[in-house]
Design a protein around this ligand. Structure first.
Ligand SMILES: O=c1ccn([C@@H]2O[C@H](COP(=O)(O)O)[C@@H](O)[C@H]2O)c(=O)[nH]1
Length: 224
C-alpha cells in the first residue's frame, strides 16, 4: 500500500526538490508543491516534478471570487494534479465552481483553518468560537459544496470525519515526538494524525531540513 506521507517540498530550488524526492521516494506516497515552488518554477516546474512518477499535490490554496478561481483551475488543468487546494473561506459558490473546473480525477480539498493559527488568532479575526467549531463549520460547507475533502489539523480530523465519513482528510502540522513546531500551532504526531482519521499526512521541514532526509523519512515511517 502507498505511504500516507506527502512531503512538502517548500523550496524555490527545483534541483534540491528533485534530490530530496529521489532520496526519500521509497518512504513517501506523493509530493506536495506549494506557493514557494510554484512562484519560482511555474507550471513547467510542476511538470518536471510530475515526471518523477509520484502523485502531485498542488497546494496553491486558491482564494478569490468564484470566476477567478475557476479560470485559474482551468489554466492548471493540463497539470492534472492528484490533489488541489482552495480556501473554504472563499465560500460555497467558489468551492462549487472550483470543483466543476478541476480535472475529474483531481481531488479538490478546502483548507478549513491554517494549522499555523489557534483560538486566539480566530478571536483576533473576529471569528466566534474555537478552532474545533470553526473547522467543523468549514468542513460542512466544503461537503455541501461538493468538494472531495478538507485540510485540517490532527486535532480536529476526528470530528471532521464524523460529519463526513467518506471525505478525504489532509493533515499538515505534523511533527515527530519532540519535533520543533516552528510556526505551526495545532500540531500532532504522524501516528496520532493517522489514528484520528487522516487520509494523508503532510510533512515538510522535519524531513527536508534534516541532515539526512532519507533517514528522517524512514524514522517517521517506522512510527506509523
Ligand atoms: O493548514 C495548513 C495548510 C497547509 N500547510 C502546508 O503544509 C506544509 C507543512 O510544512 P511543515 O514544514 O511540515 O510545517 C507547508 O507546505 C504548508 O504550506 C500547513 O502547514 N497548514
Amino acid at each position: 500500500m502507498r505511504s500516507p506521507i506527502y512531503v512538502a517540498l517548500d523550496t524555490p530550488d527545483i534541483d534540491r526538490a528533485k534530490a530530496v524526492t529521489s532520496a526519500i521516494r521509497n518512504h513517501i506516497g506523493g509530493i506536495k508543491l506549494g506557493l514557494e515552488f510554484f512562484a519560482a518554477n511555474g507550471p513547467a516546474g510542476i511538470k518536471e516534478m510530475a515526471a518523477l512518477g509520484l502523485p502531485i499535490f498542488l497546494d496553491l490554496k486558491l482564494h478569490d471570487i468564484p470566476n477567478t478561481v475557476a479560470k485559474a483551475i482551468q489554466a492548471l488543468r493540463p497539470l492534472e494534479p492528484a490533489i488541489l487546494t482552495v480556501h473554504a473561506s472563499g465560500g460555497r459558490a467558489m468551492m462549487e465552481d472550483a470543483k466543476a473546473a478541476a480535472p475529474i480525477d483531481t481531488k479538490v480539498v478546502a483548507v478549513t483553518m491554517l494549522t499555523s493559527l489557534d483560538d486566539s488568532d480566530l478571536h483576533d479575526m473576529g471569528i466566534a468560537g474555537e478552532a474545533h467549531d470553526h473547522v467543523v463549520r468549514m468542513t460542512e460547507l466544503a461537503r455541501e459544496a461538493g468538494l472531495d475533502g478538507v485540510v485540517c489539523s490532527g486535532r480536529e480530523v476526528k470530528a471532521a470525519k464524523k460529519i463526513w465519513p467518506d471525505g478525504f482528510f489532509v493533515v499538515p502540522g505534523v511533527r515527530p515526538v519532540a519535533g520543533n513546531s516552528g510556526d505551526q500551532k495545532r500540531v500532532v504526531t504522524p501516528a496520532d494524525a493517522l489514528h484520528s482519521g487522516a487520509s494523508i499526512i503532510v510533512i515538510g521541514r522535519p524531513i527536508t531540513q534534516a541532515e539526512e532526509p532519507d533517514l528522517a523519512a524512514r524514522a517517521i515511517e517506522a512510527t506509523l
